[in-house]
Design a protein around this ligand. Sequence first.
Ligand code: 6LW
Length: 498
Amino acid sequence: MKYQNPILKGFNPDPSICRAGEDYYLVTSSFEFFPGIPLYHSTDLVNWEQIGNCIEDPDLYPYEKAKISGGIWAPTIRFHEGVFYVTAKFEGFGNFIISTEDPKKGWSKPVRVALGGIDPSLLFDDDKVYFCTNQGTPDRRPGISVVEININTGEFLSDVRQVWEGTGGGYMESPHIYHIGEWYYLIVAEGGTGLQHMANIARSHSIWGPYEACPHNPILTNRNDATKAIACAGHADLVEDHRGNWWMVHLGTRPTFIWYSYIGRESFLMPVTWQNGWPFVGEDQKSHIEVDAPTWGLQEKTCEWTADLGKADPRWLYLRKPHVENYVREKDRFLLKPSTVQLCDPEASPTLMAVRPPDTAFSVDLKLLFQPQKDGDEAGLTLYQSCDFHYSIALKRENGNNYICVTKRACDFYQEVYRRELTDTGEIALSISAYKDKFLFYDKTADGQAPAAECDTRFMCCEFVGRCFTGTLLGIYACCREETDAVAVITHFSTKTN
Ligand code: 6LW
């Protein structure tokens, strides 16, 4: 059956997948955003629903000062004897494992594992559990480190050994080890998460090696794909479905400018076949948008989502450790209290709630009631890439007057590109649309339907603007210069693909 990639669009990098009976679970990286590690569920591998987040207590991790693209990196999910395990790294906290028998009931406290490196992974092998990361050799050569651990305490039960040095592609990361038949397979990413990204594999009869590299490595890369429909394919995880077919999930981008993408790295699915004990990905070891493979569910296209503001929804993301008192849910509406923390603050948590973009071409609509009390009071809609890069359309007060403004922030460059004075303080409607090369900002309460402002999308491309592993989020925010009694009343928030 045919399906379309990506299977999870917009800021969903570093996918890891597991099967529990006939159910599939997938996690991705969440960085400085809270709650952490989105958890997706599927029964057919092509339709995924976010059923929660694995980290819901910000006090168990150093969220408070999480840096841009810090926080949670590259989780792995595994299911073993009725228990789900997720391991990940929190920058500045280290590698840890959490577990649950039922993801809907929440996850355990983190069990720390004192192994360095990033991108931890787990292998349950008979009665043993192995933990691995990309920690290199003591003399700084690349390596994948493996250690047997006690899964409940994180304690080491063996020496740490570096089992494979990779193929020389550089930036070896995202190791996963599988025991399939007579072989241990070790899959890694190499080349870095950009254009040179790839997945390589090696095998051994022992978990400790020696590992022999697959003769047709890289088993996945799109670096030689002239169409550039997909770039950066790598960071892969394998799963066998309940019908006996094999699949790979991996990260990739759909470039919006050169090979950059403003919605960030996304999750893809490719079929895997085995020949002579080695895996082959798709037909040409590349990832594709349209794939014909032995999936069994018709892929639905969900194009529109209107937030039920009276209900909690796992989609909503906050920055670092949110100040919960600034977010008040009421029946059918949401109240946001402005914070003196601005969107450009690199360490604190502004009043901002945001969702991942539904696709590269999207529209986001907001309706709100807001009566500013003081100069600097501001509330509206933002495209938030990071504290350094965000574009907004908002209602704000200056010199005693209220205005709808469109502003662009790109590092220390700040520009207001639209301003209209408001005489009426009734409900206002704001909207932003994205079309690959441009963002259009709509002041919908003004006369006429023409966009209020148009902006280039390039500065919102994560890879273009520094160390940014995330993607543009669609957010509602409220800020002020000094403490205020003003409250933004959100009456509508919706997104759709264009
Ligand atoms: C992740 C690493 C990577 O830990 O990017 O693309 C890092 N690969 O494996 C952050 O997503």
